[in-house]
Design a binder for this molecule. Structure first.
Ligand SMILES: Nc1ncnc2c1ncn2[C@@H]1O[C@H](COP(=O)(O)OP(=O)(O)OP(=O)(O)O)[C@@H](O)[C@H]1O
Ligand SMILES: [Mg+2]
Length: 258
């Protein structure tokens, strides 16, 4: 037997703390003339308890990467892990269970059920899994998103910002390993968007939630701890503790290089 290289224990420790991990992930859509290579060997570790933003031009592969990391789409080559679970090869049933128990989603279009109240929408994923929220955690989540007096309202009776806060509470209430958010502020005015971003940031800083957010907005990305930049299906840059102007400069530099 060969001796393990000296870096191995450190690498193993990083692995244990990663909430999600992609290893040389390729995603190819279609074939022949219609073939699109959406991801070209992406490797990334998303540390637990951090807020990561994914940025890049339209078509650079942001949503594809997020969908592959969240188990919503299969990879063509490579591996994806959520916590200690390897997604590749799990099968439909296993993937459904994993998404239900370990992943939360926030979409640009809120995706609330119109016939359910805010409270019923927030509780729906747990109800489907046959679980009830921890009462103390429920109170914390509801007070953090400021929805206490809106719980009996249906989505049509709520503003866009309030609807997105319902969606945030729905993602957070089951304490998932990772919350994936695809343009969560894309449909909101800047004030409601800032409220949602502050809430997401707070849930990372105070509750140790892991969040991965796709955004086009440098200001939204500045709420994250780390920004990953994609171009043509590859990670081309990254920033830690980003500022909006630093993000903007990086975007300009990347698009100049292409
Ligand atoms: N289901 C699909 N079938 C074929 N091609 C696809 C499919 N989904 C995405 N693509 C292609 O893969 C590439 C990456 O798409 P993706 O949706 O990940 O981009 P994006 O960075 O999220 O863009 P946007 O900012 O516009 O949302 C694009 O060229 C897109 O046309
Ligand atoms: Mg997209």
């Amino acid at each position: 037997m060969t001796t393990a290289p000296s870096l191995a224990p450190q690498a193993a420790a990083t692995r244990a703390t990663a909430a999600a991990r992609a290893v040389d992930v390729w995603k190819v859509y279609g074939s022949g003339e219609a073939q699109v290579i959406a991801l070209r060997g992406v490797s990334v570790e998303l540390e637990r308890g951090r807020f990561t933003a994914i940025m890049g031009a339209s078509g650079s592969g942001k949503s594809t990467l997020m969908h592959c990391l969240a188990g919503l789409d299969s990879v063509t080559r490579g591996d994806v892990h959520i916590g200690a679970t390897k997604l590749t090869g799990l099968g439909d049933k296993g993937l459904t269970k994993l998404r239900r128990e370990q992943v939360g989603f926030i979409f640009q279009q809120f995706n609330l059920l119109p016939t359910l109240t805010a409270e019923e929408n927030i509780l729906l994923p747990l109800a489907i899994a046959g679980r009830k929220p921890d009462p103390q955690w429920w109170d914390t989540v509801i007070d953090t998103v400021g929805l206490r007096d809106r719980l009996g309202h249906r989505p049509s009776q709520l503003s866009g910002g309030q609807q997105q806060r319902v969606a945030c509470a729905r993602a957070l209430v089951s304490r998932p390993e990772v919350i994936f958010a695809d343009e969560p502020t894309g449909n909101l005015d800047s004030k409601s968007g800032a409220e949602v971003l502050k809430f997401l940031q707070q849930s990372v800083r105070e509750f140790g939630q892991t969040i991965v957010m796709v955004t086009h907005d440098p200001n939204a990305a500045s709420y994250a701890d780390r920004v990953i930049f994609l171009a043509d299906g590859q990670i081309v840059d990254e920033l830690t503790s980003p500022t909006a102007s630093g993000v903007l400069d990086t975007i300009k530099r990347i698009s100049g290089e292409q």
